[in-house]
Design a protein around this ligand. Structure first.
Ligand code: SF4
Length: 358
């Protein structure tokens, strides 16, 4: 059921100050609330012992601190990647993931419930778009995972469910709140917005001089293959996308990360590696090669030998390549897969119950 109470995570420091002045409280209350919410990570207003009881009660009737609940979690027995499935107040579900890699702790968060872009290798794409997340819901994923993580995050990436550029304003506002110096104070350049190639969003990020990092999910070195695996490429063509990427690096003086999901028999030939090198020539970038993780039998990862060979070919040209381990492979960490499994299990349970009733 949907709640009418506003999430405190909806508010920036100025709005919190305005709220306190409207209810006749001094200005410094805002800083105290902000600190409790973000630095201490309080989940209940009773924890704000710096406030008199009457103020705690007033806050509890005006705001919520958490709006969604954890309904499923899976930990990989191999690398301890943890995947969370949350239930929102309106009943929809979203996923977020924590990836532990040495000292690096990456929080991977969602920006939409479902996704309209239908990339062929992606479980979320099969759901279609259910709705955009609010910026408070985006921030809350980080706060909820922070409470449960073994270590604080070193990186936050918008690579969960959804296309961040199609929910641009909420994504940017959430990223600003996460990096607010008085709050989590998360480094802006350690927040990465990953897009499937929405050129308008890339241009907007450059023109607005947003301080966050940008990643582009490329996945194919030519228009034909890209269209086949990412239908959005029909609208935002590869040639124009690469021009936008170049323009972005020129204006911002920042390096881009290109993601390249390796799909067996689709984009793994030597010619593809060569085309990828040509395509990215002259653009300050890093290329992440990621073995595909899909439950669709048509989109499977190549063998380790093919991955290594592809990596070496691109590496020869002095690119920085990171072949990610198949983190989370065992727990279905590709976006949307925990959701899909949960729905399947739910149907199976329902089916069993009905059989039992019969
Ligand atoms: S890969 Fe990303 S952009 Fe493509 S359908 Fe999945 S969630 Fe959407």
């Amino acid at each position: 059921m949907e709640s009418d109470i506003q999430s405190v995570l909806d508010l920036n420091p100025e709005q919190i100050e305005t709220y306190f002045s409207e209810i006749g409280e001094p200005k410094f209350r805002g800083a105290q609330l902000w600190k409790g919410v973000y630095s201490a990570g309080y989940t209940d207003f009773t924890q704000f012992t710096v406030f008199p009881k009457s103020l705690r009660e007033r806050l509890a009737s005006d705001f919520s601190l958490r709006t969604f609940s954890l309904i499923d979690t899976t930990t990989s027995p191999v690398d301890e990647t943890v995947k969370f499935l949350w239930q929102m107040t309106d009943g929809y579900k979203i996923e977020s993931v924590i990836i532990y890699e040495g000292k690096r702790v990456t929080f991977c968060i969602s920006s939409q419930i479902g996704c309209p872009l239908d990339c062929k290798f992606c479980a979320t794409g099969k759901m279609g778009l259910l709705r955009n997340l609010t910026h408070a819901e985006i921030v809350e994923q980080v706060m909820q995972m922070k409470m449960r993580s073994k270590y604080p995050p070193t990186n936050i990436v918008f690579m969960g469910m959804g296309e961040p550029m199609l929910n641009y304003d909420s994504v940017m506002r959430a990223a600003e709140i996460l990096s607010e110096p008085e709050g989590l104070a998360f480094s802006r350049k350690k927040i990465t917005i990953s897009t499937s190639g929405i050129i308008d969003g890339i241009q907007r990020m450059a023109n607005e001089d947003r301080p966050f990092s940008l990643a582009i999910s490329l996945n194919a070195p030519n228009q034909k293959t890209r269209e086949a695996v990412m239908p959005i490429a029909r609208k935002y063509r590869l040639k124009e996308l690469m021009q936008a990427a170049k323009h972005y690096t020129k204006i911002t003086k920042k390096r881009i990360t290109f993601e390249y999901v390796l799909m067996d028999g689709i984009n793994t030939r030597d010619a593809d590696a060569q085309a990828l090198i040509e395509l990215t020539k002259g653009i300050p970038c890093r290329i992440n090669i990621i073995p595909c993780n899909s439950d669709d039998p048509h989109y499977q990862p190549p063998s380790d030998a093919v991955i290594q060979h592809f990596d070496q070919l691109v590496n020869k040209n002095h690119r920085t390549i990171t072949v990610r381990n198949r983190k989370g492979w065992e727990i279905q960490a590709a976006c949307g897969q925990l959701y899909a499994t949960n729905e399947k299990n739910k149907k199976a349970t329902l089916y069993k119950t009905l059989k039992h009733v019969e």
